[in-house]
Design a protein. Structure first.
Length: 165
């Protein structure tokens, strides 16, 4: 698997950079996209003030690695959180950049960075079964499906990517 920068449509590079305070509004707009809300474990719209408080905490939390994916412009995000001893990934692609294979590319690039740079053994993903696009993107990025679990009262598929030894 290639964890270096990724070519998009044969021209632009997909690159990761750490999220910064100026990304707050953009990430809030992405998070409140109706499709993303419907596929999320909490489907209620996210109030601005709640998002700002969460975003500021996430940027300061040593248990969170938060990246913005860019290809000339921001196209998506990847966030990793250490929860109950597991590193859990969450990704989203901006509406106007979906259906271009960016999900898989973002997952590969961000997961590779986490596995290579942070010495963790595995990354876990939890996805609602009806989110076929995410399931496909994670599988194409090398994640293995472990089975079903419950997350926040909802059925979820548990996928994992382990560091190669």
């Amino acid at each position: 698997m290639n964890y270096n920068s990724v070519f998009i449509e044969g021209a632009a590079l997909l690159r990761l950079r750490p999220a910064r305070a100026s990304d707050c509004r953009m990430s809030w707009e992405w998070a409140n996209d109706p499709l993303l809300r419907s596929l999320s474990f909490s489907s209620d719209p996210i109030p601005w003030n709640s998002h700002v408080a969460w975003f500021e905490r996430a940027l300061q939390d040593p248990n969170v690695q938060f990246y913005i994916a860019e290809s000339g412009v921001p196209v998506g995000l990847a966030r990793f959180e250490l929860e109950n001893g597991e590193t859990v990934i969450s990704v989203s692609i901006a509406r106007e950049y979906r259906r271009r294979g960016l999900g898989r590319e973002l997952i590969e690039l961000a997961s590779g960075r986490m596995l290579n740079d942070n010495g963790i053994a595995a990354i876990h993903a939890y996805i609602k079964p009806e989110n076929a696009a995410s399931i496909s993107a994670f599988a194409a990025a090398g994640y293995e499906q472990l089975g079903e679990v419950e997350v926040k009262g909802a059925r979820s598929l548990h996928l994992v990517l382990r560091r190669e030894r």
